[in-house]
Ligand binder design. Structure first.
Ligand code: HGY
Ligand code: MN
Ligand code: MN
Length: 409
């Protein structure tokens, strides 16, 4: 590839703008929950873009969308990708940028009449966010063989909707088997979603790996009773217990290095102002770069819950929603990202990812790496999520260089 080949930054921005209009929220972000009508519209748009580019577009049984650029030789492909589903308060960049940058890389090669030695592809994976169905990174997890199609299809959302039914409803239960395209390498571009790069004056991130993740759902059962007549000592109050567990999980982050904790869901039943609750369903998102430290944090939370059960006479049932180990990326691909940045005269520094990504699943199949661009204000999963056009083009050019190198090695 001539060393001065660059992606088309204006085209990258205009595609992101087009996709951002699908599921656009009044606050300026995007809401395309997995397998929703907005997700379907985004999928339809992406398939149209891939077809217009002349890619061979295939859909697999979990709805992963695969656009393939044929290489000169048969064999495992260099895969780019990310996701186009969002969380409820999503921004315009999380996931979408990585898919569009992958499309832009293939479009740039096509425009330049360059055919790589290996097949190349861009994949938009289903339900990366895990906001509606669990676990997160579900489409890439199934692609990597971590979960069966049947088990994934049986997942339910909070309203009882069945994943497989929703997939068929939006017309994206495809004929291909997940993982049908053998992977030689996987590269993903993503916004950092945190404050590190910006706090260092900008520059790109050569991602060395992803921290360990544990998502727990706790169902707490107490005894509904009258809020005005039941003496405090007589109450079996799961609402109070849930609050205590949330605070305890937060306290654990102060004693275990690197520990993070979030209680993102608290659903109270019967949710009446004058009833001591009967049931509370809550979630805990626990993360740590160290598997051992995360296990210690989880054990502390479980032990605390056992004490509450013994002391307060409520029941607590746990359910795993997601559990993924700390995942290191491939040194030669990390170095490849650094080399491409250096060739472009762009500052880049190594860092771990706090967020989960489809790369965490693809690293089970093949050498994997990511490149980050700065998130302004360190914000993500927020409508105000923002990255500059310049940083988007810089990241996509690093992706182009790194992908072309590994596709022809
Ligand atoms: O939760 C995560 O880290 C990702 O946004 N799915
Ligand atoms: Mn993402
Ligand atoms: Mn996300």
């Amino acid at each position: 590839m001539s060393s001065n080949l660059r992606i088309d930054g204006a085209r990258l921005v205009s595609r992101l703008t087009e996709l951002s209009a699908i599921g656009a929220t009044p606050e300026g972000g995007c809401r395309r929950l997995a397998l929703s009508d907005e997700d379907r519209q985004g999928r339809d748009w992406l398939v149209g873009q891939m077809q217009a580019l002349g890619l061979d577009v295939k859909i697999d049984a979990i709805g992963n969308i695969v656009g393939i650029l044929k290489g000169r030789e048969d064999g495992p492909a260099v895969i780019l990708g990310s996701h186009i589903d969002t969380v409820g308060t999503g921004g315009r960049f999380d996931g979408a940028l990585g898919v569009i940058a992958g499309v832009e890389v293939l479009a740039t090669l096509r425009d330049a009449g360059l055919t790589p030695k290996r097949d190349m592809a861009v994949i938009a994976f289903t339900n990366e966010e895990g906001a509606r169905f669990h676990p997160d990174m579900l489409g890439s997890y199934v692609w990597a063989g971590g979960m069966s199609v049947a088990a994934a299809h049986a997942e339910l959302d909070a309203d009882g909707a069945v994943l497989g039914t929703e997939l068929r409803r939006i017309g994206y239960e495809g004929p291909e088997q997940p993982g049908f395209l053998p992977a030689h390498a996987y590269l993903e571009m993503h916004i950092e979603q945190g404050p590190v790069l910006e706090s260092e004056g900008g520059g790109l991130g050569a991602v060395t790996g992803i921290q360990a993740i544990c998502w727990l759902e706790l169902t707490l059962k107490g005894r509904p009773s009258h809020a005005g007549t039941t003496p405090m000592a007589y109450r079996k109050d799961p609402g109070l217990a849930a609050a205590r567990i949330n605070i305890f999980a937060n306290e654990v982050t102060k004693t275990i290095p690197g520990q993070l904790a979030n209680c993102g869901v608290i659903r109270v039943q019967p949710a009446n102002v004058n009833v001591v609750p009967e049931t509370v369903v809550m979630t805990l998102d626990l993360r740590n770069p160290s598997d051992a430290a995360l296990a210690e944090a989880e054990a502390a939370v479980r032990a605390y819950c056992a004490d509450l059960v013994a002391r307060d006479g409520i029941e607590i049932a746990f359910r795993d929603l997601a559990r993924f180990p700390a995942t290191p990326f491939a040194e030669e691909l990390i170095a490849g990202m650094e080399q491409s940045a250096a060739e472009l005269g762009l500052p880049i520094r190594r860092m771990i990812s706090g967020a989960g990504h489809d790369a965490q699943m693809m690293s089970r199949l093949c050498p994997t790496a990511m490149v980050f661009i700065p998130s302004i204000g360190g914000l993500s999963h927020n409508p105000a999520e923002f990255s500059t056009d310049e940083d988007m083009a810089a990241g996509a050019n690093v992706l182009l260089g790194a992908a072309w190198r590994v596709a022809n090695a």
